[in-house]
Design a binder for this molecule. Sequence first.
Ligand code: GLA
Length: 711
Amino acid sequence: MPIEFNEKNGTFVISTPQTSYISAILEDGILAHIHYGGKIARFDFAKDVFKYIPRGFAAEDIPGGSTETIPMEYPTFGCADLRRSALHAVYADSTRTTNLRYASHRIFKGKKPLAGLPSAYVESESEADTLEIDLESRNLRVTLVFCAYREMDVICRSVRIENISSEAAVLKNALSMAFDLPESNYDFVTLEGAWAKERHLSRGALAPNSEKSIGSCRGASSHQQNPFFALCSPDANEKAGEVYAFSFVYSGNFICGAQVDQFATTRAFMGINPFDFEYELKSGEVFQTPEVVCTYSANGFGQASRTLHKLCRTRICRGKWRDAPRPVLINNWEATYFDFDEDKIVEIAREAKQLGVELMVLDDGWFGKRDDDWTSLGDWEAHPRKLPGGVARLAERINALGMKFGLWFEPEMVSPESELYRTHPHWCLHDGDSPRVQTRHQLVLDLSRPEVCEYVYRSVANVLRSANIEYVKWDMNRSMSETSAVTAWRYMLGLYGVMEKLTSEFSNILFEGCSGGGGRFDLGMLYYMPQFWTSDNTDAAERMKIQYGTSFAYPASTMGAHVSAVPNHQVHRVTDISTRGAAAMCGRFGYELDLRLLSDEEKAIVRRQIELYHNIEHTVHHGEMYRLSSPFDSNVTAWEFVDERQAVLFVGNMLAEPNGRFWHIRLEGLEPDALYEAEGKTYRGDVLMNMGLIWEAKCDFYARIFTLRKI
Ligand code: GLA
């Protein structure tokens, strides 16, 4: 059984194919964390695995010992354990101590959805098993939920907190996970960034008696930090070393980190950011925390990422588009910005169609009076001058070309210069009479309010019903201000509700998330929308870093990636169209430029790129990814996707070197004895894996795709 309870010694053993997670109920009812890591097939002893060791200066709050020296499974505020707690509540009588003790548990097949929140799912009960452990204090019943997949090294964790007292309590902190590892010799790895340079890899050693943590208080998971972190042994690389990786299935304010204590143990934690959080939990009410996805790999980052990719691809993303090939698109944003009309869009689409593009996406500027970013968010009706025949006529004309039609929305926002704002000036987030802070001349609609959610749902649904729209880009272009942490939490629940309604009602539509590029790229969003615009930065060299970093937590199948014009609009760099194509083909492929302006030679390349993409898309989006050379350490970036049919290798370099060295790119995951054909040559798998293909940095920012077809 993947989850076992040993009554004799009070231990819970949770197993996945290659990992085990063990907790034990100590004599006084405290739930201790015993092990997370490599698989332990039988675990018969338990309580004597560690001893209460009397320590100088540690308060004794349990018979003969102290919670300060116990590896805790869900530490709470108010006991002798003065490390970071997972739960902090203030009760009606002003007390704030929570002493949780084991009360009961259940083990069952399958995995339950989380009320109102996205989460990893199962398609049949036999895929996973769940353990729920109830811990109780005077006021609260805290249920720790652990769910283990049978075929993946994934354990999902969340917590339900029920107020079992007769009076309300205030939750000031309710993390989804906080448990103690017995070592501290770890590096802390995160994906940091900013707008247009999201998810760059950051790695640094933990230090004694200190904490490293990251988070967001911006109302969204953010460009600056992604809700993902890993702890790894200092020697860990792509193929070797221990890696614990944690990814949050939530899109709002978060915190995560690692705290090293005086005895060189490490508390790993993740959850809603407690900053400013004060949630009134009424008597009888249950608070459900979002879910954390955990994986452990004894074989480095490559394996940890492949596990997270598989979970995301197959058990986070949902719906028709999870598995179906997705259309190659053209988006008009960088081609026209706000300067377009119906005819111009049709002409761009006509050219694109001739080159093999399948979907025309009309971006910002199609509604209200929107000729720049000062106006009209919230007024989701066609711009009368640009689209005199409405969205429907444009969609018909695009369809008549033999293409699908898609549309941009930014439904969570309102422009002060709009009908919506004039009618409902209080529907935006605001704080009394304080000035309403604008970003990009816009305010955030308060989705913690049901009537606002209803408006957002109705206004988007009306447009989707009015025309043959087969793709939606759902954008969100600012952080939240003038709000409380609890409003931001309720906002996220409101938003998830709207997204659930729209994506299930319009289940044939392909939804792509966006937040000024990748400002809300997380598992929460990917549960509703199976792809996300990775970054507003479309420069191929920058994309090597962004897509490489993103791949630590998310599969290529979720990364929107487009070929854009040169000089690039974000960094003004000129790269050749094949380099741009190579980088974009390692994500959800599309174009974002006026293809009419290309030379005939470039158009011929575009036609071939689309043919090539159709040939490799299954491998890129459903195969296993191996990272081979990092742009953060090397002049050369390389990664590879492999499925049963072929390997797809991406190689690119930054600056060329005069009379420079050759790079041997050694592939992985091939069959040593099989033959692979690339560019008219045949290689054995073991040659490709042990000697590699030779790469020469021929010119600056040069990248190519190689397909190695198994013969
Ligand atoms: C954001 C998106 C872009 C584009 C613009 C439109 O910045 O990331 O792709 O849609 O908004 O205003």
